[in-house]
Ligand binder design. Sequence first.
Ligand SMILES: [Ca+2]
Ligand SMILES: [Ca+2]
Length: 483
Amino acid sequence: MNPSSALQLLLSIFLLSLVAMGHQKVEEGKPLNVLFIVADDMNEYGFFHTHPQLQTPYLDAFRERSISFRQAYCPAPACSPSRTSFLSGVSPHRSGKYYNGSAVWETPLMQAQESMMEWFQRAGYNTYGKGKLFHSQIPKERVAKNFQGSRGKGGFGPFPDEAHRNFGSKGKFRGVQAFPDETFPDVQNAQHIAQLLQEAHDEPFFIMYGLWRPHSPYTCPQRFLDLYDPAEIVLPRGYLKNDLEDLPAMPRAYLAADDQPEFDRIAQNETQWRAYLRGYLACYSFADYNIGQVLAALDESPYRDNTIVVITSDNGFHMGEKDRFNKNALWEQSAITPMAIRIPGTKHAGKVCNQPVNLLDLYPTFVDYCGEGLPPLQPIDGQSIRPLLDNPDRKRKTPSITYFGKDWVSIRSERYRYISYPDGSEELYDHSRDPWEWHNLADEPASKKVKKRHRKFIPKEMVNAVEGRWTTKIKEIVDRDSQ
Ligand SMILES: [Ca+2]
Ligand SMILES: [Ca+2]
C-alpha cells in the first residue's frame, strides 16, 4: 500500500468511526448543558400510569431515553417551600420554610446561600428561566440575579368564566373550560425556550422551564379535554372509603381544618368527581404536550447530545385519596414527584430506579456533573444521585425526607413510609403490601423495630417555621392536640 492509500484508509476509518459514534458522542472536557423542566402539582398518575386512562405520549417517549425514578419525593409538599429547598440546597428543617406564604429568602441564612443558578453562573454557565420558577416569597432582584434575561410569561390563567366554574367558591377557580393554545403561558414559554435553543451559545447553559400546569385552574385547549369522556373516567385507585379512621388525631384534625369540606363538596357524587378529575387529566396531558415541544426543540438543536435533561414536579397531588383534593400533606400522593433524567450517552436508557431520592438531591447531582465539581459556597443538603444514574440497580441506604412543619416529618425508605407528628403520634405504611397507604401499622407491636430504624433519620434539630399564613393554622392544631 502506498502512503497516500494508507492515508485514505485511515481517513475512511476515522470518518466511519465518527458516523458509528453518531449523536451519542459527548465531547471530552466540554461542559454539559442542563435543561431542567419542572411541572406544577404533577403527581405520578401519568408518569407511571397509575391512572389507567391518562395519556402522556411525550413523557413516555422521554422515559425510554432516560432513567426514571419511581420513588422521588419533594422536601416539602407545596410549591414555594419545595422550590425554595431544591433551588437553594437548604432543607426545610434548616431554613424553616415548610409552607407557602412565608418570606424565608429574607433570613440571613438564605440571603447568604448560593442558589443552584448562582452556582451555575460561578461555574461559567449562562442561566435562563421561563415560567414558574421560584414561584413566590423571594425578592424580585434575587430572581433577576438567578436568571438572565426575560423570564417569560407567567400566571395560572386563563381562568374559567363564572358559567364554567364547576366547583368555584371562596375565590378558588376550579372550572373546566377550553381556551386556545396561545393564551397559555406554558405554550409561550415553550416557544421562548425553543428559540433559545436555536441560538448559538458560546458558554454552557442552564435552562429551567417551569410549567404552570397541571396546577389548577383546569383550563386547557379543547383537544386535551376531548381525550377524556367524563362519563367513562375511572376514579382514583388509591381512594378508600373510611381511610382516615386509623389515623392519629393530629392529622385528622388537620384534614378537617384544611380540606375535608372541599372533599365532601366534590366527591359527594361521582359525576362531579369525574368532572374534576377530567380537568386534572386534561391539564396533565397538556403539560405533557408542552414538555414534548421543548424536548423536540432540544432534539433538533446542536445541543441534543451534550445536554442533561431533568423532568420533575415540585410536589404531587391528591385527587380524592385520603379524602383530599390538594397537596400539603406527608402521604405518598402529596410527596411523590415524577422524575426522569436523561444523561448524554447513558447505557441505562429506559431503566427505572426504585431507590428513594429527593428533589434536594438535584443540586448536588448538578455539581457532580457540571462545572468540574466546583464546590458550592455554603453547605448544601441532599446527595448526588450520580451513582444511581451510573447504576440504577444500586442500593441507597438513606431514605427520602419530606417536612410539613417542625417535628411534622415523613421518612420514606424503599419499603416503608414512616410519619411522625409533634405530639409523638405516628403512622407507618408497608409499600410492599400497601402502595396506597391504607393500613396504618404504627400501633402494631411488630412495627417497633421498623419505626426505630426510620426514626433515626429524623434530624435532631428542626428550626421553627418562618411565620406566614400557614403557621397559625398548624399551631392551633398542634396546641389543641398536644394538650
Ligand atoms: Ca406545586
Ligand atoms: Ca387508613
